[in-house]
Design a protein around this ligand. Structure first.
Ligand SMILES: [Zn+2]
Length: 584
């Protein structure tokens, strides 16, 4: 926190032109009328509720919050207190960004963005005055410079500690990070350069993409959970903002273990993983398909004393039932018809390391019994063998079904359930940890751009909106697949648009809501493939894209590509020429 605002490139001219309606800030940046937002604030004292749009709010005394803040600092230390307070702010900012994407969906991007600074005014937190603002979501460009007038946080802090030499508006900085990152679909970091608590008349904050800051890690650690999750900052390198699970040696760039998140749900899982890792406890990961149970398991293994040993993963559902036992426990020559040689099973291969059993509920009853014995006595028996072999294996299991129910139904052994359920960790679905979405979008974008050798500038605004509002039934895996497909579909040097990301098979609602003049709610439906809204890819572009995709799918075989498209080969050849698409 040493550089001055001017060194941070604050004196850039703002591209925002003043407009007729609304209010102009001193900088000339138009601040839209706040009426549309103020109307969403409703008091329902009979029910003990205050609503801001669909979010329940609460009035709280600034002095109580100040007392809480002081107690956090005194009991946990400044570092930890700052981290907690920053993350509370981040969460609030992310919620408000989701709200403004609905409420001002029909506005231009600057008015849409300014809803955030206006909402914090409405919420009584602070009054924001824009000094400079430059936004281009598709190009991933963001620069914001704001004065914060009468910030409650500086006031509360000064009431306890007086004037000092550190900026203290942590919650506000967290809010700005959460709001802007969710708005942009990529991590934007804010820093406070001037603060009332340092004797300045107003506070001043500046926000830019994470990779444009020097020493961003200083600030990012407050958004994370201690040193457990580490962001690797490599400007221009393909792996910005990678949060990883790590302990003493946090940075060995290896994105296959990438783990990124900021939500309380994510942080809770990280906490549990960190607790369980150094022990020998059997861990059971619970959660829907695609939430990342295997990645968490892998990281648990890496953090454990067995980190140097093997991590052997088995998806129990993907192995035919009659082969399951020999797969897990190995087979002795002649153990069954066709077993011509002896070979070790996954248990033996994981000796000294960790065995990850995914979809454990699909194991047969016999295999469950053998697994129980391996867990209890550290012994296994190969199929067709009478010899007992000692194995030293830590088991991590995962399931997306309710094992208690399976026990009741008689499909899962109760004794095994109790043996596995020593340390259960529930990984919440992505829709319950939406704060993680922008970070993941960015992470997968960087990862797949590198993998497929493409330069992609970012996500177009409506793609960000749709991804933030989508309910993600397939969780992180769906997000990952979606972004990989989009990176493949998109043109080199361009941004990922709605049509690249959502191709139509998703159970999604792409409608955005906006407030009509009369005060009623309007609904703008954008269909990924058909809507001719301005900025959508034209029919010609869409067709060219389909042709390229089919050609790619068919590995350049024109006849096959034609069959995939359901047209004749000459017709496809004609169209390829028309679009000037070269044949490989
Ligand atoms: Zn301040």
């Amino acid at each position: 926190m040493t550089s001055r605002p001017d060194e941070a490139g604050l004196n850039r001219p703002s591209p925002v032109k003043a407009n007729a309606s609304g209010r102009k800030a001193q900088s000339g940046i138009r601040v839209p009328d706040i009426h549309d937002l103020a109307k969403r604030l409703r008091f329902a004292p009979q029910q003990g509720r205050i609503w801001l749009d669909d979010q329940r709010m609460m009035l709280m005394h600034v002095s109580s919050l100040g007392a809480l803040r002081q107690e956090l600092i005194e009991s946990l230390g400044t570092e930890t207190a700052r981290g907690l307070i920053t993350r509370i702010g981040y969460h609030a900012g992310a919620r408000d960004a989701e709200m403004t994407k609905k409420l001002r969906a029909a506005s231009n991007i600057y008015d849409n963005f300014m809803a955030g600074p206006q909402l914090v005014s409405l919420e009584g937190v602070v009054h924001c005055e824009p000094i400079a603002l430059d936004i281009d979501v598709g190009c991933g460009r963001y620069f914001g410079d704001f004065h914060l007038v009468d910030c409650f946080e500086a006031e509360a802090h000064m009431a306890s500690y007086g004037v000092g030499n550190e900026a203290v508006c942590w919650m506000l900085v967290g809010y700005a990070c959460g709001y802007t990152s969710t708005f942009m679909g990529r991590p934007i970091l804010w820093r406070e350069f001037e603060c009332r608590s340092m004797g300045h008349e107003k506070c001043r904050v500046v926000g830019k993409p994470v990779e444009e800051w020097d020493d961003a890690e200083d600030d990012l650690r407050f958004l994370q959970i201690g040193d457990f999750v580490k962001w690797t900052i490599e400007p221009k390198a393909p792996l910005p903002a990678t949060a990883r699970l790590a302990t003493k040696n946090p940075v060995t760039p290896d994105n296959s273990f990438g783990m990124v998140g900021i939500s309380s749900g994510f942080n809770t899982v990280c906490h549990m993983v960190k607790k369980a890792a150094p022990t020998e406890a059997t861990v059971l990961f619970l959660g829907e398909s695609g939430v990342g149970k295997e990645i968490f398991s892998h990281n648990l293994h890496r953090l454990s004393k067995r980190g140097d040993g093997q991590f052997v993963a088995v998806n129990c559902a993907s192995i035919p039932e009659h082969l399951m036992e020999s797969e897990l426990f190995g087979v002795e020559k002649g153990g069954y018809t066709g077993a011509t040689t002896s070979r070790p099973g996954r248990f033996e291969r994981a000796h000294g390391g960790t065995l990850f059993l995914d979809e454990i509920a699909t194991l047969s009853y016999t295999a469950q019994g053998k697994l129980l014995r391996a867990l209890q006595q550290g012994e296994i028996e190969r199929v067709g063998d009478t010899r007992v072999r000692k194995v030293d294996v830590r088991v991590i299991a995962a399931t997306n079904i309710n094992l208690r129910e399976a026990v009741k139904d008689g499909t899962f052994r109760e004794d095994l359930f109790f043996r596995l359920n020593v340390f259960p960790i529930k990984v919440p679905p992505l829709r319950e940890r939406r704060d993680d979405i922008p970070l993941m979008m960015n992470w997968f974008l960087q990862h797949f751009s590198k993998k497929h050798g493409k330069v992609i500038t970012g996500f177009r605004e409506r793609a960000v909106d749709a991804m933030i509002n989508y309910h993600w039934p397939g969780n992180v895996r769906e997000l990952e697949n979606m972004i990989e497909r989009a990176v493949i579909l998109a043109d080199d040097g361009g941004a990922l648009d709605l049509a690249h990301v959502f191709t139509g098979d998703e159970e999604m609602d792409l409608s955005s809501f906006f407030l009509k003049k009369g005060g009623s709610i309007g609904r703008a439906i954008q269909r990924a493939s058909t809507a001719p809204a301005s900025g959508m890819p034209s029919l010609v572009e869409t067709e060219a894209q389909m042709l390229r995709t089919a050609l790619g799918e068919a590995k350049g075989n024109v006849s096959l590509a034609a069959r995939l498209l359901g047209i004749t080969r000459p017709k496809l050849a004609y169209r390829l020429r028309k679009h000037a698409i070269p044949l490989e």
